[in-house]
Design a protein around this ligand. Sequence first.
Ligand SMILES: [Zn+2]
Length: 189
Amino acid sequence: MNHAQLTALGRALRLLGEHGEALTADTPDARLHEVKADLRRALDLLDESVTSAAPSTRCAEHPNGPVDEAAPDLCLLCETRRRAARRAEFNGPAPAAAPTPTAPSRYGTRGDRPQPQQRWLPELWNGQEWQLCGTPRRDRREAELYIAAQRRGSRPAMAYRLVHEFTDYEVLRVWGTPVRVDIEPMGNL
Ligand SMILES: [Zn+2]
């Protein structure tokens, strides 16, 4: 915002404040139309002053990047990086931590573990890079239908792609031994 814009916007906003102060049940319609016009003018000034798009994430590095609703900062790029780091940490220095098929574990079976999550991300080519263009879907067909609809839209992008994201849950460390305990009937106590 330059100085002229700051001055004009400040004046327009203060004027709106005055309108608010002066407002009563008897305020005539003609006056309300004036307020409306002044509000529009203030909005136009705001539009001129704000040059960047409203941030889509809370990430300082990627404020307008793709969104991951599940990430604390809503940033898909950083969340993907964090996820990769967690995975690398797990796969790296602690090879003995994971139970292997040849070493049966009493800690559980495959079926007891959380299911891996997979998502399908619709992306479009914005001329420079691929960017997320819709909510990640749990269902591939749904994501494909979404992209098909985008391509039929009034202003389709040059190209679209479907990205398969696979998010695994990994047990990093276990404390104690979760042995199955039979619940005895109350009468036996
Ligand atoms: Zn980020």
